[in-house]
Design a protein around this ligand. Structure first.
Ligand code: BGC
Length: 722
């Protein structure tokens, strides 16, 4: 019998995380003993339940049958009011008066743990206040293919970065009585054939790349995990004993419950997937439009006939309110936004990645008295920002990709109105041409202006919706709507052309990036603050690319698989790991991003294993793995925020990628000041998974330590002997 999905009592007590250091944390919403206490408390209650009630706790009541996208029925005899599970990673889906937070890929681009935690705290507070019990978030797949439709919901291409994003997000979401649901477990890396294909991944790659964000979610105390649509090594993820009972519940020690993704396929075990590690079926029926569930009556029969054992434990439910999500018209228009707009703007600004800035184009100086704004993305969607179902169109300013990870904007500021207002306040004029295809109008608007801002986009989303012929996954990595031609047209007549890229991920920029008239390229996956503040200079950019931007699509190691078998033949060599191994020059490397200022690094001091530098060894989950500290100091003469990154270069004997991110920080440095930075390494940082021995091992040898401002910027280097 599966584990049952109650909330644990201690989540209600409020946990606001540690002091505001921006370094990795080892705290958890699941401190030692808490699971055991909650389990014990619940056991007594569960023992009073009938098999029917227990099965009801594990079976959704049906699509759109309750206030959320997934609902568990109330059990009055134990005062259990039911559970409400709602999307998604960036906002409360289908609700009014909520915030749409910057997407996961933007959170990752900040490389700032505090901001990621703050985002999750605010998001969690909104879920809670709307009466949701389980937030179907965060997304922690690994952005294997740059074209994959849901990459924007995730935390980028590096497992360490994604792991930090997962940890902070789970911590923030669960801080005040909400459950997070880490998804999608595992290898759900594309939309194409997501409900039929098999992701085939070797054991070492699974451990070192794809499992790591889930490890961090478990360390943070995540209460639920969503198994994915795809098969893993020819067995559907949700009935896959190896990944659910083996990797997740045994190796990672996950103590919560596993829910299916919505209407997943199963064929080998189905109801008996309860023995394979599955705990809950959502939203109830086994396929869309059906009314028969893998669980429900079938599971009652399986328990009664002894095929599935009775439940061993569960955890204790807290009190919670139920407000309508689906139908805000029934009197539940609770405004849950608080002052989150400020945080959204802050994260928006911090996730701006400035890719090019020649001739001091940005920030725009006082001399700029006339501006042109070109491209449909500079203006609003004339029918409103929520006009297309689950944001399945790319009309006007692109705020977010499409699919279940979306939410309804209460408002969305478009660049034209924001910049016009700001320009007016400084006596500048703004001309515009909002067509992507009218190149004559674009040229006319741009000619003779002090600066021309061209807005281009690339969109993607979840596979149940197709937008402009893109079936979730992007058809290609080029700007939509002829964006390259638009840029070149404007650059042909204006020698201060600033290209604003609003894209769900990497786009190929070769058609114009080296054009001498393209002076600056601020880029982000999502747009809010960028147009309003950034080009006019209010915010000094500090975002970093959470993925590599290639010169050619064929430079990437993995593309969307189109066959039944999606073999991850690139193994460990995902994104920059592949570029490094193959010596391919990226256009912009992973971790790259400019600032208006420059930073100097100095004084790298690497301390030996064993914590002999006086720093306290971390405690809490995962602490047994720690034991090595590295310290570096950096002195920077001007203000801004720098993102120092630490990459380890393992010895050849480890058969590992040339460099792997193992630490980063986000350090605000006032002008003319300097700041010390410390990044710790644990034994786990050095460990490789030995598939034959089924254990982590640390290869002996010399490890290079590279510290710099991107994966290709070894400003400081040293080494560690292991
Ligand atoms: C998505 C999940 C989502 C679920 C419920 C599925 O299509 O893959 O991420 O949580 O729907 O809407």
């Amino acid at each position: 019998m599966p584990r049952l999905p109650f909330l644990t009592a201690y989540y209600r007590r409020g946990h606001h995380g540690p002091a505001r250091l921006n370094t990795p944390r080892t705290d958890s919403t699941n401190p030692p003993g808490k699971w055991a206490a909650a389990t014990n408390r619940a056991k007594g209650v569960v023992s009073t339940l009938s098999t029917e009630d227990k099965v009801a706790l594990a079976t959704g009541i049906g699509w759109q049958e309750g206030p959320c996208v997934g609902n568990i029925a109330a059990i009055p005899s134990i005062n259990f009011p039911g559970l409400c599970l709602q999307d998604g990673p960036g906002g409360v889906r289908f609700a009014d008066l909520i915030s749409v937070f910057p997407a996961g890929i933007n959170a990752a681009a900040t490389f700032n743990r505090n901001l990621i935690r703050d985002r999750a705290l605010a998001l969690g507070a909104e879920f809670k206040a709307k009466g949701v019990n389980v937030a179907l978030a965060p997304g922690m797949n690994m952005v294997r293919s740059p074209r994959a439709g849901r990459n924007w919901e995730m935390f980028g291409t590096d497992p360490y970065l994604a792991g930090e994003g997962s940890f902070e997000t789970v911590m923030g979401l669960q801080a005040n009585g909400l459950q997070a649901c880490a998804k999608h477990f595992i290898n759900n890396e594309q939309e194409t054939n997501r409900q039929s294909s098999s992701s085939n991944v070797d054991d070492r790659t699974t451990h070192e790349i794809y499992l790591h964000p889930f490890l961090k979610a478990v360390q943070a105390g995540v209460v639920s995990v969503m198994c994915s649509y795809n098969q893993v090594d020819e067995t559907w993820a949700c009935e896959n004993d190896h990944i659910l009972n083996g990797l997740l519940k045994t190796e990672l020690g996950f103590q919560g419950y596993v829910t299916t993704d919505w209407w997943v396929n199963m064929e080998k075990y189905k109801t008996l997937a309860a023995n394979q590690g599955l705990d809950m079926v959502m939203p109830g029926a086994s396929f869309y439009g059906g009314n028969v569930s893998y669980f429900g009556p079938a599971l009652i029969d399986a328990v009664n006939s002894g095929q599935v054992p009775a439940p061993a434990w569960t955890t204790w439910p807290p009190e919670f309110s139920q407000l309508s999500i689906w139908n805000p018209a029934n009197g539940q228009h609770v405004d849950v936004r608080g002052d989150h707009g400020n945080l959204i703007r802050k994260i928006g600004a911090a996730s701006t990645v400035l890719l090019k800035n020649s001739r001091g184009a940005l920030p725009l100086g006082d001399g700029v008295k006339s501006l042109a704004l070109v491209g449909s993305d500079a203006g609003p969607n004339p029918d409103g920002p929520n006009n297309c179902a689950d944001r399945s169109c790319n009309i006007g300013i692109l705020g977010i990709g499409w699919g279940s990870g979306t939410a309804n904007f209460t408002y969305l500021v478009d660049p034209l109105s924001a910049i016009t207002a700001k320009a007016r306040s400084i006596g500048a004029n703004v001309a515009s041409s909002l067509s992507d295809y009218d190149l004559v109008a674009a040229r006319n608007a741009s000619m003779g202006k002090d600066a021309a801002l061209v807005f281009i986009t690339s969109d993607s989303g979840e596979g149940y919706l197709t937008v402009e012929g893109n079936p979730g996954d992007r058809n290609n990595l080029y700007a939509w709507h002829g964006g390259d031609a638009l840029v070149n047209t404007v650059a042909g007549v204006n020698n201060n052309t600033i290209v604003v890229v609003h894209a769900v991920g990497a786009i190929i920029m070769e058609a114009w990036i080296d054009h001498p008239n393209v002076t600056a390229v601020p880029s982000r996956s999502r747009s809010w603050e960028l147009p309003r503040r950034h080009p006019l200079g209010d915010v000094n950019p500090s975002g970093r690319l959470p993925y590599t931007i290639a010169k050619s699509p064929s430079d990437y190691s993995a593309d969307i698989g189109t066959n039944h078998d999606v073999d991850y033949t690139e193994g460990l060599y995902l994104d920059y790991r592949w570029f490094d191994k193959q010596n391919i020059s990226p256009r912009f490397p992973f971790g790259y991003g400019l600032s208006y200022t420059t930073f100097a690094y100095s004084g790298l001091a690497i301390n030996k294993l064993g914590g002999d530098d006086g720093y306290e060894a971390p405690t809490g989950p995962g602490s047994s793995l720690s034991g090595c500290n590295v310290r570096c100091k950096q002195y920077w003469p001007v203000d801004g925020t720098e993102i120092p990154q630490l990459y380890l270069a393992p010895p050849d004997s480890s058969n590992s990628p040339p460099k792997q991110l193992r630490g980063f920080d986000s350090v605000f440095i006032p002008r003319y000041a300097s700041s010390p930075v410390r990044m710790c390494l644990s034994r786990y940082s050095f460990a490789v998974w030995n598939a034959a021995n089924q254990r982590w091992e640390i290869p002996r040898g010399t490890y290079g330590v590279w510290i710099g401002a991107s994966s290709r910027d070894g400003k400081l280097s040293g080494s560690i002997e292991i």
